[in-house]
Design a protein around this ligand. Structure first.
Ligand SMILES: N[C@@H](CCC(=O)N[C@@H](CS)C(=O)NCC(=O)O)C(=O)O
Length: 82
């Protein structure tokens, strides 16, 4: 939803989390990206893996500040929270 609101497009990879077959978030390979074993995870070109929705959103917001979705002023940011 955040990506759509910002009109950002990043390559997406589908990860099975339904427990049918291999639960991909629980594999050692996935846990090297996010030890908590859940999505979302954003992988940067240098291999850095970012987890936690709000951490990812704050990172993207700093790279793409317009339109501001986390508030443009201290008051707006406080009202929005997160
Ligand atoms: N605190 C995390 C929660 C992430 C989370 O709960 N992800 C769920 C999907 S919405 C998940 O990966 N579930 C699959 C699993 O736990 O294997 C965040 O905000 O990013």
């Amino acid at each position: 939803m955040y990506l759509a609101e910002k009109s950002l497009e990043i390559p997406l990879a589908h990860v099975r989390i339904d427990g049918v077959g291999v639960r991909e978030t629980r594999t050692p390979e996935f846990k090297r990206k996010n030890p908590f074993g859940n999505v979302p995870v954003v992988e940067l070109d240098d291999g850095t893996a970012l987890a936690e929705s709000m951490a990812i959103i704050r990172y993207l917001e700093e790279l793409h500040p317009q339109p501001p979705l986390l508030g443009a002023t201290p008051l707006e940011r406080a009202e929005i929270g997160g």
